[in-house]
Design a protein. Structure first.
Length: 219
């Protein structure tokens, strides 16, 4: 009498789970080893700046060399690190929301409180002092005086810079367009009607001057 071959043992649930657990453990060890090999790589050295550094800036057409910490804002540098200090750029909100510290960077409007001084190397910085002086005011500054467009005065320098840039960008812009151009500046005293009158006054004066220049050129 011959005996038949024994039947293969049926795969139990316990055996299946043991096998799956072993595969997962092996995979986990491999992943852990790979992760360790990545995290142990030495990071590339990153240069850091500490203490005060010397920078040379072009401010209102003049070269100024000053020492600042890397974290020093352009606003702080203008007001406290220059000799003489340029205090026309006002410190009000210090968070880029009011426009009192508005300056021109390469001819474009910018908040001085939101820009670092060391980042302005190689750029042209223009403050309200660079647009005109009490003895030789710009037409925008004269218009602000004529239209009584200054109340407490904290926002006035920033508005003058913003209005200057608005008239450069849109010399023939409508009042609504000019309002949009200076919308990044706030006046808590509510002097807006006088500021708008100053904008239109400059526009009218420039148009008259342009017409007179054309007539002289035609003679």
């Amino acid at each position: 009498m011959t005996h038949s071959d024994p039947k293969p043992e049926a795969l139990s649930r316990r055996a299946l789970l043991k096998g799956a657990g072993g595969v997962a453990a092996v995979g986990g060890l491999a992943a852990t080893a790979e992760a360790r090999s990545v995290t142990t790589l030495e990071p590339a050295p990153v240069p850091t700046l500490r203490g005060e550094v010397e920078v040379t800036l072009s401010i209102n057409g003049a070269t100024q060399t000053l020492k600042v910490e890397p974290r020093t804002t352009l606003l702080d540098a203008l007001r406290t690190r220059l000799e003489p200090a340029l205090t026309g750029t006002k410190l009000v909100c210090d968070s880029g929301s009011c426009g009192a510290c508005t300056v021109l960077l390469d001819g474009k409007l910018a908040y001085a409180c939101m820009n670092l001084a060391i980042d302005q190397v190689g750029r042209q910085v223009t403050t309200v002092e660079g647009l005109g002086t009490p003895e030789a005011q710009s037409d925008v500054q004269r218009a602000f005086c004529a239209e009584d467009a200054a109340m407490c005065g904290f926002c006035t320098p920033g508005f003058i810079v913003a209005c200057h840039a608005a008239l450069e960008r849109k010399p023939n812009g409508t009042l609504d367009e000019l309002k949009h151009e200076i919308s990044g500046n706030l006046c808590r005293c509510g002097t807006y009607p006088h500021i708008f009158n100053a904008l239109q006054r400059v526009q009218a004066e420039r148009q008259v001057a342009s017409q007179q220049g054309s007539k002289k050129g035609a003679k």
